[in-house]
Design a protein around this ligand. Sequence first.
Ligand code: R1P
Ligand code: URA
Length: 243
Amino acid sequence: MAILESPSACIAAEEGVIAKAILMPGDPLRAKFVAEHYLENPVCFNTVRNMLGYTGIYKGRKLSVMGHGMGVPSAGLYAHELYNFYGVDTIIRIGSAGGIGEDVKVRDVVLAMGASTNSHFADQYRFPGQLCATADYGLLKDAAAAAERLGIRADVGQVFTSDQFYNDNPEANATYRKFGILAVEMETAGIYWTAQRFGKRALSILTISDHIFTGEALSAQERQDSFHEMMEIALETAWNAAE
Ligand SMILES: O=P(O)(O)O[C@H]1O[C@H](CO)[C@@H](O)[C@H]1O
Ligand SMILES: O=c1cc[nH]c(=O)[nH]1
């Protein structure tokens, strides 16, 4: 696929091709999977850096899905370009996360109401104080309702967005747990801040793929099945926001 001239640095898509609502996993191959399994007539709109993006139709409405890579710098960059250059107004992250909360089990779906973080991404805003990274309430409400309709248990609460996958501080996770953090992952705060900065909407829907305290982890089959549950909640939520 030839790379197009484009208004932004890291996405090369034709004007109007990307839908107003987009699902975003970290892994571009998970984006391809969603496009091929859930969207009618998916068309690939981005191959730059292999960060695959597709637009197709879900239940009669135009919807997109694209990878955002790992970590806040990568996810923040793609969210910035989508919101500012491609007319996107809703990003729903669909990611994996490590369980922290006592009541959170592998396979569970977590709706991230807010994200605490050790990321310094928001320093650029020179916000006088600590800027809360929070989900869009409408998306959060729609996702909780969709989970209930689909009969899927979804925990709603706070997550921790970490710059480290391998953390050298052995006490960090116990402290997160003490403060009621449900799960740890690596992008939500950056996406939420970017949405807040540009007056847009974002929500992270996460599947617990492993538990930090119990060491329990999903098998490949379980990962596939429970990721389906997260994807279905996300698709139903995005449908409400789609054209
Ligand atoms: O499954 P994804 O969406 O990539 O999310 C989680 O998985 C990656 C680490 O394995 C990080 O990106 C983390 O946030
Ligand atoms: O960021 C992540 C994702 C899954 N599991 C973890 O422990 N961390």
